[in-house]
Ligand binder design. Structure first.
Ligand code: PGA
Length: 229
């Protein structure tokens, strides 16, 4: 064991899990204000409607392209794939200018990741954000050093809910048994398809998870206490 403290499973003989992979938006970081700011800025430039951040929070999780496409559908704007490509590129460019404007880590995230790391956990990120933006945000929030593997949507052949996305992060971490921690149905479906145990966070937006509230993590550090699948 690499950690200073021995973690034992609930029942003797059950495997002890010390690998955790995290979703980013809505799980580690409340990025809704920054996503909303960037996408609304670009939409306004093209005479399109503004969308309330609270509604955007319900739509994030399937990547930038899908968010832009879904916002256009909501506004009943017929758009060719090339229009969606163009607006997505403009949105991501605007976002990259201010990767951390008003976005904030959820309470205790940094200290809890530090605790898991100190206990010898291998930690990774599996997000549908683009890789470069993900790395900028991890650096800006000071979380970068906790993760041994990070994969954004454009660093794999197919993004979440394709199980290959999560499994690529797990392979980067050396394989074995892991937990995936997320806040949306996309994360839940990805974990299920990959055969990885899932933990939902207590601060997920209403209606996005089927995991009962009582079974959700109220703190990330709670993973250390329930590390058996
Ligand atoms: O959809 C996105 O842009 C990112 O979402 P995720 O970090 O929850 O995967």
């Amino acid at each position: 064991m690499r950690g200073r403290r021995m973690i034992t499973g609930a029942n003797p003989g059950e495997p002890v899990i010390r690998t955790a992979i995290f979703d980013l938006d809505g799980t580690l970081l409340d990025s809704t204000p920054d996503i909303a700011h960037a996408v609304n800025r670009v939409f306004a430039r093209h005479g399109l409607d503004r969308t309330e951040p609270s509604l955007i929070a319900e739509m994030v999780g399937n990547g930038a392209q899908r968010l832009v496409g879904d916002l256009l559908i909501r506004q009943r704007i017929p758009a060719a794939p090339s229009d969606i490509d163009y607006l997505t590129a403009a949105y991501l460019e605007a976002y990259a200018e201010e990767p951390l404007r008003e976005g904030r880590l959820y309470p205790h995230v940094a200290e809890d990741l530090a605790r898991l790391q100190a206990l010898g956990w291998r930690l990774g990120v599996c997000t549908n954000k683009p890789q470069a933006l993900t790395l900028s945000i991890l650096e800006a929030t000071g979380l970068g050093s906790y993760f041994l593997a990070v994969r954004g949507a454009d660093s794999v052949p197919a993004r979440k809910p394709d199980p290959g996305h999560l499994l690529a992060v797990l392979e980067d971490l050396g394989g074995g048994t892991a937990l995936y921690v997320g806040d949306t149905e996309v994360d839940e479906a990805t974990a299920q398809a990959a055969g990885v145990a899932f933990r939902g966070v207590a601060w997920a937006a209403p209606g996005r998870l089927s995991v009962p509230e009582a079974a959700r993590l109220s703190r990330i550090a709670d993973l250390a206490a329930s590390s058996v699948a």
